[in-house]
Write a protein that binds this ligand. Structure first.
Ligand SMILES: [Fe+2]
Ligand SMILES: [Fe+2]
Length: 539
């Protein structure tokens, strides 16, 4: 970028020289011409001495103005040259990245007697150098402002992209809410953020303040958020207390002062009003400007996409889980004494899993495998499944096919990719670590951890629940009723290393008091578990 071409300076010098020569010589020529034509008679009359003096004064007077103009123009050209050099140097510094546009104001005041920047003085006194400096300073300043604006926009865009990717990655509604609130508070630089979801059936808005605290509801049309929800129009106000419909009760209870508020509707990708996003008290400004509004609109649309996705996934998950629970309960319900078995096995398994460092996905796989582990019993005849008393070898063989049937049935389910291990884990709940289990007689290290956890939970529930068939403790045949709790525990301990994995039993025993408390008063009579709880987890 060149502000001045070198040619321009050369040209201006030449033009000046021509002008100077003409302005100096032209009056002289006129003078000679006049003296030759009109003054010769005086010379001839021998008054030459007096006349010579007059002529010299006249000549000096005539030369004064060209010389003055020469001096002034020379000074101006010097100033222009200096200024050009300065602008070139400053531009070069910017191009080389040494300084920013903002730092490059032209400091020509001392050299050229230019007034300080910002001191506009009398506009009539400004010469072209002053206005040139002013123009260049304006150019530098404008460039600096535009660069700053560009940087600001880049920053906002990066924040928006980061927020969008964070929000779309979080599908769990219970975590999405606090995530939206914390991220919006951060990127909008505000003191507080509220997010409300509209319940059109109840005609109210609800919000979740924190995990474990009941949602807060407010009627549609009430307060700032209620109005935005009802009208679909955003509200931007510098002092909320000046609005007649603003509800001050939150401020008064919490010793808070709501000042600036920007509240916008949150719409689903199909344009349906689903919520309201509100930011309160912009830090380092009295209110929200147009840029804030535009940025917040983008945020609100990202929030809308994230909320809608999470609602859809939540609904799909609810419907999937309710189908699975119903299916599992149907199998349990074929026999009145196994009702609730799969659910209890699932609860026990999840407690044991909590003792291992499993990720969320592994836990979900375990949960589904546990709830569905006996689904294969659907293919066992009533004559076998509902038989009272001991099985014949053929009946036992048929009964033992249920894990394979579980696996086959579950393989027909369409599990999402991350849950594909469910059939395998559910189908191995009767394997034993010593390789004597079924269907494949796998040994400990080849049995999935999830199956080993379900195995302990499954046997523990069978021992501690009433069954139609007798229970065994070694060679001793017991009645069909629930075995005394400490005896059931000792059977599990005795089978450790042969039937059950040692690390799973250790984990199971650690969380057993919690498991017993979970069903104390429902599946377990208090007197059945209280003694064991005292012994296992003394206060
Ligand atoms: Fe089973
Ligand atoms: Fe079972």
């Amino acid at each position: 970028m060149k502000f001045f071409k070198p040619m321009a300076e050369e040209k201006s010098k030449k033009i000046f020289l021509v002008f100077f020569v003409l302005s100096s010589i032209f009056p002289l020529l006129i003078f000679i011409f006049i003296s030759d034509q009109y003054l010769q008679p005086f010379i001839d009359a021998d008054k030459s001495g007096q006349l010579g003096e007059t002529l010299i004064y006249g000549l000096l007077v005539m030369l004064f103005f060209p010389l003055l103009s020469f001096f002034l123009m020379f000074r101006r050209i010097r100033a222009l040259e200096g200024l050009t050099r300065e602008i070139r140097a400053k531009s070069a510094e910017v191009i080389e990245g040494k300084k920013s546009f903002g730092e490059q104001s032209i400091e020509a005041r001392e050299t050229f007697l230019i007034p300080a920047r910002g001191d506009t003085g009398n506009a009539g006194d400004e010469n072209e150098i002053q206005s040139l400096i002013q123009s260049f300073n304006n150019i530098f300043q404008t460039a600096a402002d535009q660069l700053a604006e560009r940087e600001h926009l880049k920053e906002l865009l990066a924040k928006l992209i980061a927020l969008a990717s964070d929000l779309t990655a979080e599908l769990e509604p219970s975590r999405l809410f606090p995530l939206i609130i914390s991220r919006v508070t951060e990127v909008m630089a505000v003191e507080r953020t509220s997010l409300y979801v509209i319940d059109w059936d109840k005609r109210e808005l609800w919000t979740k303040v924190a995990e474990g605290i009941d949602p807060i509801a407010l009627p549609l049309g009430k307060g700032i958020s209620g109005r935005v929800a009802e009208t679909g129009e955003g509200i931007n106000v510098v002092d909320a207390w000046e609005l007649p419909y603003f509800d001050r009760s939150f401020d008064l209870i919490n010793n808070f002062r709501t000042r600036s508020v920007l509240c916008l509707p949150v719409k689903s990708p199909t344009g349906q009003m689903i919520g309201v996003l509100q930011v309160i008290n912009k830090k380092e400004a009295t209110g929200f400007d147009l840029k804030d509004e535009v940025f917040m609109k983008s945020l609100a649309s990202q929030v809308g996409i994230a909320l809608e996705n999470s609602f859809l996934i939540d609904e799909a998950r609810l419907s999937f889980n309710s189908s699975i629970s119903t299916l599992s309960a149907t199998v349990d319900a074929r026999h009145p004494l196994t009702a609730g078995h799969s659910l209890r096995v699932t609860e026990y398994s999840l407690l044991v899993a909590g003792e291992f460092n499993l990720d969320r996905n592994d836990i979900e796989v375990l949960r589904l495998a546990a709830i569905l582990h006996d689904i294969g019993k659907i293919g066992i005849r009533d004559a076998v499944l509902l038989k009272e008393g001991v099985f014949t070898p053929e009946e036992r063989e048929e009964m033992n096919t249920h894990p394979v049937k579980t696996k086959t049935i579950l393989e027909k389910f369409h599990f999402p990719r991350n849950l594909r291990a469910v059939p395998e884990i559910a189908g191995r709940h009767h394997e034993k670590v010593n390789g004597q289990g079924y269907p494949d007689g796998l040994t400990g290290d080849r049995i999935p951890l999830g199956s080993k956890i379900i195995a302990v939970a499954d046997v523990f529930d069978a021992l501690t629940s009433r069954r139609e068939y007798p229970k065994y403790d070694g060679d001793k045949t017991m009645g069909p009723g629930a075995m005394p709790l400490m005896q059931a525990i000792s059977i599990i301990q005795k089978e450790t290393g042969s039937y059950f994995a040692l690390e799973v039993v250790s984990a199971f025993l650690r969380c057993l008091p919690r498991a017993l408390r979970l069903y104390r008063g429902s599946h377990f009579a208090p007197e059945y578990v209280d003694e064991a709880i005292r012994r296992l987890a003394p206060e």
